[in-house]
Each structure stands twice: as structure tokens, then as C-alpha cells.
Ligand binder design. Sequence first.
Ligand SMILES: [Cu+2]
Length: 115
Amino acid sequence: MRALFVLLVLAPVFAVAQEPAQNRREFTIIAKDHTFTPDKLDVTQDDLVKITLTSEDVPASFAIDAYRIIKRVAGKTSVTFEFRADQAGTFPFYCNLTTDAACKEMRGVLNVRSK
Ligand SMILES: [Cu+2]
């Protein structure tokens, strides 16, 4: 009887768990000396990507045009955000701040492998 109860109660949970696996990927990106570290992110299409952007010196930002992402981080703080990598391809990410000429050199690449 107890086994049946457990089965009935847990069945919906298992049903949810069996939906297409959704990978979560987490990255911490350090912005320092107008450089992103790492400057290359590799994920698989449809991954849920969580990024913690940490500035170790001056304010910075992280932008990916194709994903309409622009996140700013104040100096010596962190910001965390998530997005679903639903478009396959190679996308540049960059700092879009204009206060400092060196921001133009602040860039990296997001690689989204199609599945
Ligand atoms: Cu910058």
C-alpha cells in the first residue's frame, strides 16, 4: 500500500525529469586589464548558460548582439545572468563601454555547437 502511494505521488516527478535533458553550464568570467578571462566559451545548443561576470578593476560590460545581451558590472563587483543558447554558431562577445578606448579590445567568443 505504501509502495503504491509512493509510486503515485512520485510518478509525475519522474515524468518531468524525463523531458529533454537541459544542460546547465556555468562560467565565471573575470574582467581585468580590459581582458576577459576566459575569452572563449563553448556550449551546446539549448544549454542554459549561467555567467558570473566579475570585474577586478574598472567597470565593464558583456554584450552578445545575436542574443541581445548587454550586462554591465561596476568596478570590483559581480553580476550573474542566464540565457538559453538557442542559436548555434560563433558569436563575438565584447565590452560595449565607451568611456575607455581599451574597451574596444575587450572581446571573446561564444561557440554554440549545434546538436
Ligand atoms: Cu570595457
